[in-house]
Design a protein around this ligand. Structure first.
Ligand SMILES: N[C@@H](CCC(=O)N[C@@H](CS)C(=O)NCC(=O)O)C(=O)O
Length: 234
């Protein structure tokens, strides 16, 4: 049985197989010298399994599911052709939709004001919110429809990747579940499947985002982000 949850900033992996595969890197550490030797991409998460290093959260999740999958845990990344294709369909779509839009709203509301000292211009914020609203509509109407989970009766990697992106704007104080009963009921089912403790652990950093200003003080590593942010608003 593998129980894996991707946090927005870290990858939390609980493997009852007792495997050596495990990695938790806190956001910010990727700008340090040591991390540069592991991955020049300097993004988290990165997984190391022996000498094998793998970047990209989706690739890491599939690797773990394939390495540790058992008949009991097949639902995470199903062997069945069409169920697997449904998981892949969501994972392909989300990169440029839910992931891009959820994290943009998170950055605009929680990070950019701290780094630049001013709010994101209203028209940019409104446009980011419109994109997120559209992604949520597609998610509810196409990817959930009237199913309990994305592939049907069982939770899969697609639901895990979806929930962590949706929780990013939620962490900034936006209640995306209000007036979206389909989304809220799905979130409750995901929480129940994972267990409340693991769900809360995975989203702790995001839900504590209001404490970030203190964290950022004297954090030289975040200087790396400034040029990126400035480019975003040029
Ligand atoms: N496509 C990558 C995206 C990884 C990513 O953007 N990670 C963020 C944290 S959630 C990061 O490390 N950002 C730092 C940066 O872009 O400099 C994945 O899914 O793993």
């Amino acid at each position: 049985m593998i129980n894996t949850v991707v946090k927005s900033t870290t990858l939390v992996i609980n493997c009852t197989t007792g495997s050596a595969v495990s990695l938790v890197i806190n956001f910010g550490q990727q700008y340090g010298e040591d991390f540069g030797k592991i991955s020049v991409v300097r993004k988290v998460p990165v997984m190391r399994d022996g000498d094998f290093i793998l970047t990209e959260s989706v690739a890491i999740l599939k690797y773990l599911a394939e390495k540790f999958g058992t008949s009991d845990s097949d639902h995470w990344y199903p062997a069945d052709l069409q169920n697997r294709a449904r998981v892949n369909e969501y994972l392909s779509w989300q990169h440029a939709a839910m992931r891009a839009h959820g994290s943009k709203v998170f950055w605009f509301r929680a990070i950019v004001p701290i780094i630049t000292g001013s709010d994101v211009p209203k028209e940019k914020m409104d446009s980011a919110m419109e994109d997120l609203t559209l992604s949520l509509k597609v998610f509810e109407e196409k990817f959930l429809d009237d199913r309990p989970f994305i592939i049907g009766e069982k939770i899969s990697l697609a639901d895990l990747v979806a929930i962590v992106e949706i929780m990013q704007p939620v962490g900034t104080g936006l209640d995306l579940f209000e007036n979206r009963p389909t989304l809220g009921a799905w979130r409750d089912r995901v929480k129940m499947e994972l267990g409340e403790a693991l769900f809360d652990e995975a989203h702790k950093t995001i839900m504590d985002v209001a404490s970030l200003p203190q964290t950022f003080e004297n954090n030289g590593m975040l200087e790396f982000l400034k040029p990126k942010i400035q480019k975003m608003f040029n």
